[in-house]
Design a binder for this molecule. Structure first.
Ligand SMILES: [Zn+2]
Length: 117
């Protein structure tokens, strides 16, 4: 079970990660804007740029999802339910929280969840 100090530590990790994602999302939005306003010289350039921004888009949407998970985890920190499995109410191992600070389920439940999904 994560103690108060460990929760504080993980909360800091979550906050840092959140800031990083927000910064990155802001950056990719800016590059999308400059892409839209730039003139393309030929079709080859266009394909190059659009496949890049396509990848950017995928990364961005993954980060939006991760951001939502981080927000949820921070909410649980505030409510005092952080580090407790949502499925079985057992505490999540600290090693697992360190690897994935926004984990919602303990390892056995995560496995069940992934199989059912
Ligand atoms: Zn569980």
């Amino acid at each position: 079970m994560a103690n108060g100090k460990q929760v504080e530590e993980l909360k800091q990790i979550l906050l840092d990660k959140k800031e990083l994602i927000i910064k990155h999302l802001q950056g990719s939005k800016d590059s999308m804007d400059s892409f839209k306003s730039s003139e393309c010289r030929d079709e080859y350039d266009y394909a190059e740029i659009s496949s890049d921004s396509f990848k950017e888009g995928i990364i961005a949407s993954q980060q939006v999802k991760e951001l939502a998970e981080i927000e949820e985890a921070l909410k649980r920190v505030q409510e005092g339910t952080y580090g407790v499995c949502e499925m079985c109410d057992e505490s999540i191992a600290i090693g697992r929280l360190r690897a994935k600070p926004f984990a919602k389920f303990c390892t056995p439940c995560r496995e069940i969840y992934e199989v059912e999904k």
